[in-house]
Design a protein. Sequence first.
Length: 209
Amino acid sequence: MITLCLGLGLRYAPQTKKYHFAASGVALILFVTPLCALGSALFSIRTIHHVALALILAPLLARSLDLRRFVGPRALGALTGIQAIIFWFWHAPPVYSAALSSDIVFWVMQLSLTGAAAFWWASMRQAQVPAAVAATLATMVQMGALGALLTFAGRAFYAPHFATTQAWGWTPLEDQQIAGLIMWAPASAAYLLIALAILYRSMQPAYAR
């Protein structure tokens, strides 16, 4: 699949070949290395995987495939909401359990998380600074809210990990709390840094011209 996508990208959009190779390399790390398999044992690793889809693979795909052809800046508000809904949907315990028990549902989860984020990034690249900053901060808030919910929950929610975390020295609840902290702190901080970078860039003379 990765080879096919790379081949199609190089053939139909050779001008962005560096992004084809970058996206393929990230996809290789996320789906072929033991990282993906480890996510079946630890919810915290699965969380890192999902955050990497949204923050690393998705923007590379947006550039690689030039998704600006399909979405404009006016879609940013809707895409921000869609991305949040999809992210929360797949982290609902029954839906998450279904994804880890079915290969088809699992890949639907991966593709929808990545696709929603990729179109969001494509729209972000075209949006005015106030809209881009607002969308980024909104994404930061929704991810932080989910992270806080998982961190302060009094019980573990995710049945697929009830019997898999002990081998790593964690209880299922501790694993879930670490996952929540990942969303709440570093992932949310990444979106905050992106918003600040957009603001900083907008104040530069070259950007203003």
